[in-house]
Design a protein around this ligand. Structure first.
Ligand code: SAM
Length: 294
């Protein structure tokens, strides 16, 4: 058996051997604790019938642990300097493919098409670069990649917002966007000490189980998200007042907006942050009729 990559000693050895220095601008905070890595992999539930996608393998600390459990790992890394290192550190694992691309620019769906053939499910497992966590997750959820779940390390504050329930201060349009596509749960809070260098913020692991159907079926998805954003526009305003300020001719249409709220069984004096995703769905369908008839 070879030594795990994710120990402080081996990580330092690898970095010294290649003269590698961290790029803060790429969110390079590497994991140096195998216990945490095992937990992430366990939470993801990957097995030999899983094709895993990793974003940002770094020097391969997490990739190695995924490779031991998954049938296949496809890892996207933006930093060219890491490619020769990964070739070396991951040489014992034949089921790993590293793709040198910016995940935000990559055509992930077609790049993984051949790689995932023959596997029962596709799951994302990663320690994400913190400067782009939300765009990465939204890209994965909206590009019709056939994903069963996403289990990732990210800033605790962002995990809290993604998994937030109505009537909490973390609940907002990001919670709705993520929960529209997934069932979200924070599964672990992670101390800064397990990274080199240590990040400035607290971290958490979130698990997003991708839904087969969105949480609510709406007539117009784009309009639904627009109404959600408008409802959280000014958090201290009532839902009615936020809608009046947002919708074209809102003031003149106050009676029709009140009617739509009543049809959706929503008290106009409530605040947006108290509405469930189902209520937003009903409301956007009612308001759509109003916008369409003008
Ligand atoms: N997986 C490693 C670990 O856990 O130790 C490294 C995680 S580190 C937090 C984030 C990694 O994402 C870095 O290797 C960084 O170079 C890479 N990265 C940053 N931006 C990226 C992007 N847009 N596309 C792909 N990889 C990216």
């Amino acid at each position: 058996m070879h030594k795990d990559i994710a120990t402080p000693k081996r990580t330092k050895e690898i970095m010294d051997k290649y003269g590698f220095s961290f790029k803060k601008s790429l969110g390079q905070n590497f994991l140096i604790d195998t216990n945490i890595l095992h937990k992430i992999v366990d939470f993801s539930g990957i097995t030999s019938t899983t094709a895993a996608i990793e974003i940002g393998p770094g020097i391969g600390a997490l990739t190695e642990q995924i490779a031991k459990k998954a049938g296949k790992v496809v890892a996207f890394e933006i930093d060219q300097r890491l490619l020769p290192i990964l070739e070396d550190t991951l040489s014992p694992y034949e089921n790993v493919k590293v793709i040198h691309q910016d995940i935000l620019k990559a055509d992930v769906k077609s790049l993984i098409e051949d790689e995932i053939k023959g596997y029962e499910e596709v799951k994302v497992v990663a320690n994400l670069p913190y400067y782009v966590t939300t765009p990465i997750i939204m890209k994965l959820l909206t590009e019709s990649i056939p994903l069963a779940s996403i289990t990732v390390m990210l800033q605790k504050e962002v995990a809290d917002r993604m998994a937030a329930k109505p009537s909490t201060k973390e609940y907002g349009s990001l919670s709705i966007a993520v929960q529209y596509y997934t069932k979200a749960e924070t599964v672990m809070i992670v101390p800064k000490t397990v990274f080199v260098p240590q990040p400035n913020v607290d971290s958490a692991v979130i698990r997003l189980e991708v839904r087969k159907e969105p949480a609510v079926i709406v007539k117009n998805e784009e309009f639904f998200f627009e109404i959600v954003r408008a409802s959280f526009g000014q958090r201290r305003k009532t839902i009615l007042n936020n809608l009046i300020s947002h919708l074209p001719d809102g003031k003149a249409k106050k009676p029709s907006i009140e009617h739509a709220l009543s049809q959706a069984s929503i008290d106009p004096r409530r605040r947006g942050e108290t509405l469930s995703i189902e209520e937003f769905g009903r409301l956007s369908d009612e308001l759509l009729a109003l916008v369409k008839t003008t």
